[in-house]
Ligand binder design. Structure first.
Ligand SMILES: Cc1cc2nc3c(=O)[nH]c(=O)nc-3n(C[C@H](O)[C@H](O)[C@H](O)COP(=O)(O)O)c2cc1C
Length: 168
């Protein structure tokens, strides 16, 4: 069974244990790279055509605005040959209770019929939020497994939980 890890992640300023700090690699990217090393899956990053702001507060405003207006912000690309994958692990940060709107843009362009999806959400308290239900809506025909929620500020300690979940 060939696997793709499709993920969204943002570096720059974010909250870690109650304080803001700048990071060079997003939390979800850390998890995605670890999962790829464990499974041998292909990796594809969904990259915004126009990234949200580097500063946290502006980024929150932009993400909220896109969510509230149901925007589908442009992305740089989506995987070209989805038919080769049976299993797609979709990884994303929890943005205001669901996936970042850029992920909706990407997912709605892809055909998930007959595929198995494994959701992984990094978060700062809201766990999966409503992301699994939203995934079911925008990936019709897919079998969606129970997701894994990982606290973003603890990604460095996720190895065991991730490994166990990937093996299930
Ligand atoms: C725009 C934005 C909205 C967020 N909304 C939530 C939220 O509603 N609930 C939550 O638990 N965490 C929220 N967070 C925290 C992120 O989900 C968390 O830091 C995540 O690990 C970031 O992943 P990344 O570094 O891969 O982008 C939000 C962060 C940002 C930047």
């Amino acid at each position: 069974m060939k696997e793709l890890i499709l993920y969204f992640s943002r570096a720059d300023e974010n909250y870690f244990g109650g304080s803001l700090k700048y990071i060079e690699k997003g939390n979800t990217e850390v998890v995605a790279e670890r999962a790829a090393a464990l499974t041998g899956a292909d990796l594809f990053q969904v990259v915004p055509a126009k990234p949200y702001a580097a500063d946290y507060n502006t980024c929150i405003e932009q993400a909220k605005k896109d969510l509230q207006s149901g925007a589908r912000p442009e992305v740089e690309g989506v995987p070209e040959n989805m038919s080769q994958y049976d299993l797609v692990t979709i990884m994303y940060p929890n943005y205001c209770g669901t996936l970042p709107m850029h992920m909706f843009t990407a997912l709605e362009q892809l055909d998930f019929k007959g595929k198995t999806i494994r959701p992984v959400c990094t978060h700062e308290g809201s766990k999966m939020g409503r992301s699994e239900a939203d995934l079911a809506k925008c990936c019709p025909g897919a079998r969606i497994k129970k997701g894994l929620a990982i606290q973003g500020s603890s990604v460095d300690r996720c190895e065991n939980a991730l490994k166990k979940w990937l093996e299930e």
